[in-house]
Design a protein. Structure first.
Length: 454
């Protein structure tokens, strides 16, 4: 299968190249040339465990990787999850389920994609007899998940920039207590945006970039979106047959990455009723799906920090479908958005989407209510999903992080603190971080010293 850029000015690539490239050179994002139709495979899929299902799904896309190799890569990607179901679907009440996506090594849903991406990178290094230096900036969860996807992988090194003092202590420990020689957590003196800007500058230096075979780890990678389709499929197959056609997945979202994956799966012949786009007080997507206007605002820090995003980078993939797969039109929309900060989608079809918005003032109350009504503890991101549920649909709320990652917010809401053995163990591990000024030159010098050589 081949993959096209949403902006239409990059030649189509195979799966491995599209994954290695990340952002297309024309600024667009990669999508499958045609979407497969899985409707006739669904009965056969019912009996499969998570890793097998993931393999059966991904092999249709990754046609340039030998089948048995792909099976091995996928199996290896789901061995470090602590629940045997990988993504357990828990019934809470009539017509209400939680899909727990936090049983991976960093206790947030990003492990589903980044464990796989780590193995795909390592595989490429092996077959191409190359080495790779992975670089990313994070405000918390992505960096930790990316690091844990690449820990100890031969031929790779990973450099993650994060704003010093502005990620949670547990998130910092997940990045800095790995003990791995190929992991470099760079605590930058500045904000997340400063780190992000330094990173952009480094990627803009073509010579440095090619000399060190730099690759970006960020939320727009094709492999991330495809890996995330699988848990929607898995959950759909676990529902009673009578409920499947009426299911609405409720997705706490920031970058639109997670919702997009579910929506693409629906377009691949899985009869899902719809999606609820659940935002925190950074509500660009809520405004879009209620008014049609896509307009950037200023980011307000919230209790659900991994959703503190105002420009939903994966949204461009949705636009490509919404404008009839016309790359010229996508370029026009993105250009208008870039120059004016807004775009009006007067008449796109919003049937499948509902939206909700949850402010910080509401999050603790929702956590307390879910705990009281269902005896279940949700983290502040997942809490946004419980803001309001459609009464006539079967809701499956995606639980994106373990409550144990946010002990202070949980204590304030329900009066006790959830714990998790892996986080307890982290509290006594030595922290290894490298403090650096937030400028490209210092970061480049650090990479120059520590990059894995060819
Ligand atoms: C990253 C993240 C989100 C948002 O995911 P998107 O792909 O940006 O929609 C939600 N919750 C948690 C816990 C996250 O780490």
């Amino acid at each position: 299968m081949r993959f096209l850029s949403t902006r239409g000015q990059t030649p189509a690539l195979g799966f491995s190249d599209a994954v290695a490239t990340g952002l297309a050179p024309d600024g667009g994002l990669f999508l499958p040339e045609t979407l497969p139709d899985f409707s006739r495979d669904l009965p056969r899929f019912e009996k499969l465990g998570y890793a097998e299902l993931c393999f059966e799904f991904l092999r249709v896309f990754a046609t340039d990787i030998p089948v048995e190799t792909m099976r091995g890569l996928v199996n290896a990607s789901y061995t470090r999850f602590e629940d045997s179901a990988i993504a357990p679907l828990r019934p809470l009440a009539k017509n209400l389920y939680v899909l727990e996506l936090f049983h991976g090594p960093t206790l947030a849903f990003k492990d589903f994609a980044l464990q796989l991406l780590g193995n795909l990178y390592a595989h490429q290094c092996k077959v191409r007899k190359e080495t790779i230096n992975v670089l990313g900036a994070t405000s918390g969860d992505t960096g930790a998940a990316a690091i844990h996807g690449l820990i100890g992988k031969p031929g790779t090194a990973i450099f993650i920039l994060y704003p010093d003092g502005r990620v949670s202590p547990l998130q910092e420990r997940q990045m800095t207590c790995t003990g791995a020689g190929n992991v470099f957590a760079l605590a930058v003196d500045g904000t997340f945006d400063d780190a992000q800007n330094a990173l952009k500058e480094i990627f803009g230096e073509q010579d440095f970039r090619t000399r060190h075979r730099l690759s970006a780890v960020n939320s727009i990678n094709l492999a991330r979106v495809l890996a995330q389709c699988v848990y929607y499929l898995y959950a759909w197959l676990k529902l009673p047959a009578s409920e499947r056609g009426n299911v609405e997945f409720v997705v706490p979202t920031g970058n639109f990455g997670n919702v997009l994956a579910g929506w693409m799966l629906q377009k691949m012949g899985v009869p899902i009723r719809g999606f609820r786009v659940a935002t925190n007080q950074n509500d660009i997507l809520h405004r879009l799906f209620t008014t049609g206007e896509y307009r950037v605002g200023a980011v307000q820090p919230s209790l659900a920090p991994s959703m503190d995003i105002q420009v939903a980078s994966n949204f461009e993939r949705f636009i490509w479908f919404a404008v009839g797969r016309d790359p010229g039109k996508v370029r026009e929309v993105m250009q208008t958005f870039k120059t004016t900060g807004r775009y009006d989608f007067a008449n796109f079809n919003r049937d499948t989407f509902t939206a909700s918005r949850c402010t910080d003032a509401e999050i603790p109350g929702i956590m307390a209510r879910v705990h009281r009504e269902h005896g279940y503890i949700v983290d502040p991101h997942t809490a946004c999903g419980f803001k309001e549920l459609s009464p006539d649909r079967v809701s499956v709320v995606l639980a994106t992080a373990s409550p144990a990652k946010f002990p202070d917010t949980i204590r304030a809401a329900i009066g006790r603190e959830p714990t998790h053995p892996s986080l307890e163990a982290l509290k006594t591990c030595p922290v290894v971080k490298h403090r650096l000024p937030a400028d490209a030159a210092s970061i480049r010098a650090f990479i120059e010293l520590h990059a894995v050589a060819r």
